[in-house]
Write a protein that binds this ligand. Structure first.
Ligand SMILES: [Fe+2]
Length: 258
């Protein structure tokens, strides 16, 4: 499926360049988001290739993938964090930026609407019921593609010797010992854990593992396992009283699929 969104990709790159110039200190986190964006786009292309939606929907999906985190740059400039709770809702803010920048004015109206909905919803805990099928498809692809790359980012980061970047680990402490309550409970019930329940870096590993239950397409489940990031993140958990059971359950779940 040959969907050409080069013009949008070029705008995005120059936009990021422009935003990064405003940051006087560490631009690393913004660079990370630029790389993340293109990795998410590549993941989304893979899903679109295997699901084969009609061309207009394929285009909307890829544009939503490209633009899903467009607000991350303003968010970082203003607040120096990627935690929405401490700053702004970066999905909704992204919609605002795309409108202000008139990014979708050249696209058919329905297509533009799908892109904006998918960007606005990509970071919500779950999609609202009753979404039109096309919008739900685009949103699900972006959400799966996004999660798969967050696994990569976290696995790469946590595999390096510490200290961890507070921005990447959401300022969570990495204290060994007692932690892991609600997030572990979610894993044991085979449901997706919530960011709001994170108390430490190991909780984060578990949360990332529970995303497997939220993958929407066969291609995303396949990539989740074959990328190896999920497995590696889970194997990094201590096999102790707090985490052992969740660790074993999630690893078994992934290995079953492999
Ligand atoms: Fe995002």
């Amino acid at each position: 499926m040959d969907i050409d969104i080069t013009e949008h990709e070029e705008w995005f790159l120059s936009y990021v360049e422009r935003e990064m110039e405003k940051e006087a200190n560490d631009r690393g986190p913004m660079e990370l988001k630029r790389r993340h964006t293109f990795a998410v786009l590549a993941n989304a292309r893979r899903m679109v290739e295997s699901e084969r939606p009609r061309p207009e929907l394929a285009r909307a999906t890829l544009l939503a993938a490209l633009y899903h985190d467009v607000a991350r740059f303003e968010q970082y400039l203003q607040y120096h964090t990627f935690r929405d709770r401490e700053s702004l809702n970066h999905g909704r803010h992204g919609v605002r930026i795309l409108k202000e920048e008139k990014r979708l004015d050249g696209e058919p109206r329905q297509l533009a609407h799908m892109v904006l909905s998918a960007v606005g919803l990509h970071n919500s805990f779950a999609l609202p019921g009753g979404l039109p099928g096309d919008t739900a498809f685009a949103a699900h692809v972006v959400r799966d593609a996004d999660k798969l790359d967050i696994l990569r980012v976290l696995d790469e980061h946590l595999s390096k010797p510490g200290p961890y970047s507070p921005t990447v680990v959401l300022k969570l402490p990495d204290t060994p010992g007692r932690c892991g309550g609600k997030v572990v409970a979610a894993a044991l019930e085979r449901r997706v854990a919530a960011y709001a329940d994170l108390t430490c870096v190991n909780d984060f590993r578990v949360l990332l593992g529970t995303w497997f239950f939220d993958m929407h397409f066969a291609e995303s489940r396949r990539q989740f396992v074959t990328d190896g990031h999920g497995l590696h993140l889970l194997k990094g958990l201590p096999d102790d009283a707090n985490y052992g059971e969740a660790r074993a359950l999630l690893l078994a779940e992934l290995e079953k699929y492999a």
